[in-house]
Ligand binder design. Structure first.
Ligand code: GRF
Length: 208
């Protein structure tokens, strides 16, 4: 399979997936890194590893860079099978979601549906988890729909929230699990092992 990864930041999940693909655990090639932040750590890692960097500002107020139609054409030319969001901070255009049904994953650093949605990103998530008194947290890998963090859950891992945790400490503990759970989920996706059961109601995400 052929993967495009969307990144806005440091890109440690992107790197974990790329290394797993190089090592043969994930049966796929990472063929493109799409970013709205061409100077981010993820883009630097991509350039250093011969992965095509596509700058997609994803904003009407930023005329430079390619449009969503051009991005879609490029992804088609590259024969991308799956799109992985990994620390990508914007909503992806609806045309992309429609063009890649059930083929776009995201990772979020909390146990969704808790602590998800617009405004819950980065350390804000972990601060809110600690402030709530929750004793557990952990990453969620989910399919992407038109909203922030509401698509169907594919995998989660639980980590403890320890007494006196700082947001940074909790973030590091969750991030460690993110790398593993995302690689495992992408491994299954690329081996066509995901079964999308229509008879399972989405009660866990409040959709009925
Ligand atoms: C991760 O915590 C991920 O869950 C969230 O953004 C962060 C990205 O980290 N969506 P990195 O850039 O992969 O290191």
């Amino acid at each position: 399979k052929r993967l495009a990864v969307f990144v806005s930041g440091g890109g440690s999940n992107f790197r974990a997936i790329h290394e797993a693909a190089l090592g043969g655990k994930v049966n796929a090639d990472v063929v493109a890194l799409v970013t709205d932040k061409p100077g981010c750590g993820g883009a630097e890692y991509a350039r250093g590893n011969g992965i095509q960097v596509i700058v997609f500002p994803n904003s009407k107020s930023a005329p430079e860079g390619i449009s969503s139609d051009e991005l879609l054409n490029t992804l088609r030319e590259l024969r991308v099978d799956f799109i992985l969001l990994a620390g990508y901070l914007k909503l992806i255009p609806v045309e992309l979601i429609q063009a890649y049904p059930r083929c776009i994953l995201n990772i979020h650093p909390s146990l969704l549906p808790a602590f998800g949605g617009k405004g819950f990103y980065g350390l804000k998530v972990h601060k809110a988890v600690i402030a709530s008194g929750a004793r557990y947290s952990g990453p969620t890998v989910h399919f992407v729909d038109e909203h922030y963090d509401t698509g169907r859950t594919l995998a989660q891992r639980v980590v403890p929230v320890l007494a006196n945790d700082t947001p940074e400490q909790l973030a590091a503990r969750v991030l460690h699990e993110e790398h593993q759970v995302y690689v495992d989920a992408v491994t299954a996706l690329c081996e066509d092992r995901i079964v999308w059961r229509e008879d399972v109601c989405e009660r866990d995400r409040g959709k009925g």
